[in-house]
Design a binder for this molecule. Structure first.
Ligand code: HAM
Length: 386
């Protein structure tokens, strides 16, 4: 028997579509338009944006050479492709803001476990051209609105990674600290000192965690502008009654972030607790050869929230059934006409009244319309509110 690949799943849960509908409606209410980018992109796009030293690019890419000899890979995330499209379609040359949302599969060759798949779906948004920190607040508010609409509890963690001015100075300070403790750090962190020192801050190794408690923190080393923006961000969230925690070690697994970073965490789903993540990436467009354009966005992991979605099991639609073969045509036509206004299920099997009512109940229909001999004569239905 052929089975689905490890870490890949069929999705039949109706809550998947509920997430799609809810995210779509809220994104469009915020003025975002839909974008669909290819699932396959040139490998260099992810190397240059997500970062060569990130786990995603280093270990987790579905990368191969296609029949034309091109080095391609299945997208591990959505931002890079959207930025590629933004530049390719010359939106970076216009002065106006552009805001898009997407929903689709992402691929990461990770070790499958609860909450960690090799093919998973993200709903995401990207906002281009607006440097104001109020845009960050707007973006975070949208994520909060989505979780509220789906009935999902969360903790919001925020941090700032600084800009091109303060981040390099901070990185130097951190490297100094790391070098004085090099021997006590895990192997990965020793490598990170030269490759990506910031990532040591969220190392899962207990030893490193204890040691890094005394490391200099980026939020204590922000330049004046970044520091002011971070304060405005906090005040702005408070103004909208969105609770948050400052997590000074929140650095995220992708290299393109500057300034605001954030994650939404759920305590109800086990170790893989991040249900959404995002932040600002003011240098990414330029880095991918576009004109300098600020950007900010986030993505929600659909499979991670699917079981947290509260469904309202309200009865919906009409069930139409026949008790004799002769009534099939009449009943099917009735179903077709009623379907103009609402959900109608037509059962093509002839059954007893009792069996039809049982099926209508099981299918969660709000009304059953059944036709027997007497009803067919009068061109009517036996109707029952379920
Ligand atoms: P990310 O944090 O890598 O960010 O992924 C966003 C969310 O995708 C995570 O919080 C998690 O819920 C879900 N996710 C990630 N990996 C897996 C997996 N293996 N299995 C199941 N779910 C997973 C990004 O991808 C950025 N592109 C977000 C962004 C958009 N930043 C700015 N704009």
């Amino acid at each position: 028997m052929i089975k689905a690949l490890r870490g890949m799943k069929d999705i039949e849960d109706p809550r998947f579509l509920k997430i799609f509908d809810t995210t779509r409606e809220i994104a469009e209410n915020y003025g975002y338009s839909y974008i669909e980018t290819p699932i396959l992109e040139e490998t260099s796009l992810f190397k240059r944006s997500v970062g060569e030293s990130s786990d995603i690019v280093n270990k987790e890419m579905y990368q191969f050479t296609d029949k034309g000899g091109n080095d391609v890979c299945l997208r591990p995330e959505g931002t890079a492709g959207v930025v590629r499209s933004f530049i390719e379609n010359k939106h970076d040359r216009q002065q106006s803001a552009k805001r898009v949302w997407y929903f689709g599969p992402m691929f990461r060759y990770e070790r499958p476990q609860k909450g960690r798949l090799r093919e998973f779906h993200q709903f995401g948004i990207e906002s281009f051209g607006e440097a104001s920190v109020y845009e960050d607040i707007n973006v975070i508010t949208m994520a909060a609105d989505i979780f509220d609409a789906l009935g999902i509890d969360y903790t919001l963690k925020i941090n700032s990674l600084g800009c091109g001015e303060c981040m390099p100075k901070y990185r130097k300070k951190l490297v100094g600290f790391l070098n004085t403790h090099k021997e006590s750090l895990c192997e990965d962190c020793q490598r990170r000192i030269t490759q990506n020192p910031i990532r040591t801050l969220d190392c899962k190794n207990e030893n490193c965690q204890a040691l890094l408690k005394d490391a200099p923190k980026i939020t204590d080393n922000l330049c004046e502008e970044c520091s002011k923006d971070f304060e405005t961000l906090k005040k702005g969230l408070e103004n909208l009654d969105i609770s948050y925690e400052v997590d000074k070690n929140l650095v995220r697994g992708l290299d393109y972030y500057t300034k605001t970073t954030f994650e939404f965490i759920s305590t109800e789903i086990g170790a893989q607790s991040a249900i959404a993540g995002g932040g600002r990436y003011d240098r990414l467009v330029e880095f991918l050869d576009g004109r300098p354009t600020p950007g900010v966005g986030f993505a929600i992991g659909v499979e991670r929230i699917i079981e947290l979605v509260k469904t309202n099991d309200k009865r919906k639609g009409i069930y139409i059934g026949v008790m004799l073969e002769n009534a099939l045509e009449f009943a099917q036509k009735k179903a077709k006409n009623l379907r103009n206004n609402e959900k109608v299920y037509f059962e093509p099997k002839v059954k007893s009244l009792k069996a039809h009512l049982k099926a209508a109940d099981k299918g969660n229909y709000k009304k059953a319309m059944i036709i027997g001999e007497e009803e067919l004569k009068n061109k009517t239905f036996f109707e029952k509110e379920m």
